[in-house]
Design a protein around this ligand. Structure first.
Ligand code: MN
Length: 246
């Protein structure tokens, strides 16, 4: 049977989606996500299911009994209070409800030893959820620039060097050209995290986390946007295979 992969989504309480598209009305909340994630899951044989940001965090728990793997998607910045920091002027908008709901999903999936793949914010959220911290803005705090929106989304714009681990085994190469769409970056790594991929300018791009399912891994780039890359297929194939084995 094909594994069901739960995909977390963005949350908009500001009417931007509904009123922009003309499909909604003021004061409506909207969930939204790029289709690339679901396409990538489906292309590797999984059944993608979008997980809504329900009002009550405890209402997220039943989803954990119905999914075989969890994909934490990209999106808004994480509330700094979750990693013991205050909001600095260069932090982007946050989505409080998404943070709360995603924490239930992450902790629940981890406790159930379910395969977890984090992408962009998803990697950041895993690190924060397991006790790590963030740079709120890489250009300001670290002097490096990773929000590189100058080409098609599938075009590699920087190189990630793998230092071993599962990511090296999955990809079968020592380094990989990837896209880069993030202004924040990982600072202190959670105690159960091992960095297995970095850029030359010192940004953490892959972390593998212990204590849950062996496939508990996050990447900072957007593999799902690199829809024609064999390495995207390799990564999602490995994730779906891990979820199939449950
Ligand atoms: Mn990057």
């Amino acid at each position: 049977m094909k594994p069901v992969i739960g995909i977390t989504v963005n949350y908009d309480m500001g009417n931007r989606i509904g009123t922009h598209t003309g499909l909604g009305t003021p004061l409506q909340d909207w969930d939204y996500i790029a289709l690339d994630y679901a396409n990538a899951v489906a292309a590797s044989g999984g059944i993608p299911v979008l997980i809504p940001n329900l009002k009550n965090p405890e209402d997220m728990i039943p989803f954990l009994d119905r999914i075989d793997g969890l994909l934490l998607s990209g999106g808004a910045d994480i509330e700094p209070a979750l990693y013991g920091d205050v909001v600095k002027g260069f932090c982007g908008p946050i989505q409080v409800r998404r943070d709360a709901q995603e924490m239930v999903m992450l902790k629940g999936a981890f406790a159930k030893k379910m395969p977890i793949l984090g992408i962009c914010r998803g990697l950041q959220f895993m690190n924060v959820g397991f006790g790590g911290t963030m740079y709120q803005d890489l250009p300001t705090e670290k002097g490096i620039y990773h929000s590189i929106n100058v080409a098609e989304r599938n075009h590699p714009i920087h190189t990630v060097k793998f230092s071993g681990g599962m990511i090296r085994d999955i990809m079968g190469v020592d380094e990989l050209g990837t896209n880069s769409y993030h202004h924040q970056g990982l600072k202190d790594i959670a105690a159960n995290g091992t960095v297995t991929g970095m850029t030359a300018d010192g940004n953490v791009e892959v972390v593998e986390f212990s204590g849950g399912h062996p496939f508990t891994l996050g990447v900072q780039w957007h593999p799902e946007m690199m829809y024609d890359s064999p390495y995207t297929k390799k990564l999602f194939d490995a994730f779906i295979a891990a979820a199939s084995a449950e």
